[in-house]
Design a protein around this ligand. Sequence first.
Ligand code: UD1
Ligand code: PEP
Length: 428
Amino acid sequence: MQKILIEGGHPLNGKIRVSGAKNSAVALLPASILADSEVTIEGLPNISDVHTLSDLLEEIGGTTSRNGNDITINPENMVAMPLPNGKVKKLRASYYFMGAMLGKFKKAVIGLPGGCYLGPRPIDQHIKGFEALGATVTNEQGAIYLRAEELRGARIYLDVVSVGATINIMLAAVRAKGKTVIENAAKEPEIIDVATLLSNMGAKIKGVGTDVIRIEGVPSLKGCTHTIIPDRIEAGTYVIAAAAQGEEVVIDNVIPQHIESLIAKLREMGVTIEESDEQLLIKPGKKLHSVDIKTLVYPGFPTDLQQPFTSLLTKAKDTGVITDTIYSARLKHIDELRRMNAEIKVEGGSVIVSGPVKLEGAKVKASDLRAGASLIVAGLMANGITEITGIDHIDRGYEQITEKLSALGASIWREEMTEEEIIQLQNS
Ligand SMILES: CC(=O)N[C@H]1[C@@H](OP(=O)(O)OP(=O)(O)OC[C@H]2O[C@@H](n3ccc(=O)[nH]c3=O)[C@H](O)[C@@H]2O)O[C@H](CO)[C@@H](O)[C@@H]1O
Ligand SMILES: C=C(OP(=O)(O)O)C(=O)O
């Protein structure tokens, strides 16, 4: 088991390339189950969530072959193998095996998903959608059992705007008989990416990117080749790191429109950002002013950038208030940032950050993926050495984060943990 160490204070300069989107990748891989022949996905991020899902595709009889960041999946021998335990518990997106296997085999048994604990993360809207399509869904000893004689198109109104439910219902509905309409659908770029793959496979989907998605079911889907979109959350994390500790940083392979809410907030803070088609140039001003943030569904400010943004606010003058309307309990980074000298109060549903303060390096723990990203941003700014444990969370979502930041001039590296440190981490 490893930890990440950062000697803070080194300026960041140069170019950093963003990888393929984790939250697309984790849906595109299960979507391949629906095809009758080989699917190639180009530009996948080399992260542990992708490895776990590839292993799960093999567990159900698929074959996968990798060529750098591209993967080809042959679904021809896949079967409706129950996956009640094991690797499905390691990540959130294993829930996409429900929609994809239900669509293909009309049955599935999938353990309740793991992933980051951000407070309660129910999947009632996924289940509501599957039931509307004609499936019987039961929860037995921590696994969801789904079965349908046939899937029939339906009109489904989502009570909450959910990325996962929108994609999961799409995965099942593309193979249902007749027309499905998903109302109050989520509009995140990853949903468009998944719909693009499904359309290339032969699915008939209209309206993605709006809140009403219309799907006409088809009897079969074929293989195809698809190139994934860049990761807007990884890009946003590096934009924040550049605003925190950069001189001149170019973020390459980014769709600026995907992070407009972040760019707007950083400009309000005094950061200069130049946009071109696939790049952003970040030049932070000498002094940053605080801003308030409220996370919202896309195209609002993403909850996944709330935690790294909190670290940046410690450097800004005055008080910034962060309200996460998607996951109000996404706060596990706060105590760790306080250990590093941050002045942060939690009042009601809001996080109040006062600054500027000079952060001090400390031993801290990443308890979820973006908490880890926030500690890395903090470590880059801090005096002295920051030691981050719990980095398996970070490796779920960031490809080669230490290498990428080192190339910008950060002093960041990995070390093996001692046995004593591992025991301490497990007991904490
Ligand atoms: C793998 C993946 O893509 N993960 C992302 C996805 O998670 P995920 O798809 O799990 O998040 P959702 O969009 O579904 O969740 C949004 C809100 O709806 C609630 N909800 C969701 C489903 C449901 O059936 N019932 C319900 O009440 C959730 O508790 C949450 O408050 O979107 C989140 C919100 O942008 C991101 O933080 C995650 O990074
Ligand atoms: C919460 C996240 O991931 P997951 O939904 O996979 O836990 C995230 O990407 O920030």
